[in-house]
Design a protein around this ligand. Structure first.
Ligand SMILES: Cc1ncc(COP(=O)(O)O)c(C=O)c1O
Length: 367
């Protein structure tokens, strides 16, 4: 493959020697959990997100689940409460709500943003709705002004799934969950996640729940779980956080070239946004394009040595694990996105020549 979708080996090598040195220091320190590196990263990431607190946890799914479990312990949410979630998302968004004993109510996205449609969300509010869970999918912020206003009108909690949106925007909901899965804009060398919030009580409850429910070493006030960010990952993330803004800026520059130079109409492909429409806080975790010839386009690019991915081929409500819950539910916009989406390479390390190659390969697509 000439241009893989994402070359993680090359990406992580570009952080050396600092990255390897950070790992070496932890190996030599003898402290692998709940040490200085985690404390330092939590402070750095809280400041970066403009949040009062950050709690490092084991992964993004846990971050989201622990926010909801904490609200249940605090008496803010109760078993069976409805949470409005976008139907077009990675399955983890729904799994977190289910794991916390709550009911995910699926809301269609807007086709032009792929994010939850605030008007459609408002139509789903019932007397059982207690929260809304926007996902900043593909690194593009959801319409938080409209969603926060909707939440104010109906007294709903707003919890943000920011697993794909590191660096995208300051926190405006009650709390946000991040994933540091290796391929994310801020990725660890394994699993990792974080909760960020301004709410000190929520932060303390999440911290305790993530550490077996303990209030101090031998007192357990909740039936918690073991979900901790380890020292190696925290040290790695501190090194990589220093380059997150320039890397996101590079992603936006690549996106601008794609938007300007791909002959969209001629090849019958829909762009995710126009050049002038790029929000300054879109961090382009993914650059999605849409075409009814998605599989042909993917095969065509593969023949040219260009790797792509599909985010995602099967929507959550059609997954075997969840289909019994949603039955024959038909969500035309979600299903269209899942049938037509193809993600182009957008690694911050792509050279200008590689970006040109992707553009030229699309321009000669045979349909
Ligand atoms: C939108 C979204 N939410 C949640 C998650 C879960 O994160 P993790 O894989 O770290 O558990 C992901 C991960 O890929 C995601 O893309």
């Amino acid at each position: 493959m000439t241009i893989p979708y994402l070359n993680l080996q090359q990406l992580n090598a570009s952080f050396d020697p600092q990255l390897s040195e950070a790992v070496r220091q932890i190996v030599g320190s003898g402290q692998y959990l709940r040490g200085e590196a985690t404390h330092r990263f939590e402070q750095q990431f809280a400041r970066y997100c403009g949040a009062a607190r950050c709690i490092g946890v084991a992964n993004g799914l846990d971050a989201l689940t622990l926010i909801f479990l904490a609200y249940r312990e605090m008496g803010t949410l109760h078993a069976g409460d409805e949470v409005i979630v976008p139907a077009h998302t990675y399955i983890a968004t729904l799994l977190a709500v289910l794991r916390a004993g709550l009911k995910p109510v699926l809301c269609e996205p807007r086709f032009d943003t792929c994010n939850i449609d605030p008007e459609a969300a408002e139509r789903l509010v019932t007397s059982h709705t207690r929260a809304i869970l926007p996902v900043h999918l593909y690194g593009r912020p959801a319409d938080m002004n409209a969603l926060n206003q909707l939440a104010d009108r109906h007294k709903l909690l707003v919890v943000e799934d920011a697993a794909q949106a590191h660096g995208s925007r300051p926190l405006t909901g009650a709390a946000a969950a991040y994933s540091f899965y290796p391929a994310k804009n801020l990725g660890a060398l394994g699993d990792g996640g974080a909760v960020v919030t301004h709410d000190i009580r929520l932060a303390d409850t999440v911290r305790s729940l993530a550490n077996y429910g303990s209030s101090d070493k031998y007192t357990f006030i909740y039936k918690g779980v073991n979900s901790r960010l380890d020292e190696v990952q925290a040290a790695v993330l501190s090194v990589k956080l220093l380059r997150l803004d320039p890397d996101n800026e590079r992603r936006r520059a690549i996106a601008r070239r794609y938007l300007k130079e791909i002959p969209w109409e001629r090849v019958g492909i829909t762009a995710p946004v126009t050049v002038t429409g790029i929000e300054p806080d879109n961090v382009f975790h993914v650059f999605p394009v849409f075409t009814p010839h998605r599989d042909e386009l993917q095969q065509h690019l593969l023949r040219q040595g260009i790797g792509t991915q599909i985010h995602y081929p099967i929507p959550p409500h059609r997954q075997p694990a969840l289909s019994a819950m949603y039955g024959e539910l038909h969500l035309p916009i979600t299903e269209r996105i899942h049938a037509e989406e193809l993600s182009l390479p957008i690694s911050p390390l792509l050279s200008e020549e590689e970006v040109t190659n992707v553009i030229e390969a699309i321009a000669c697509a045979p349909f």
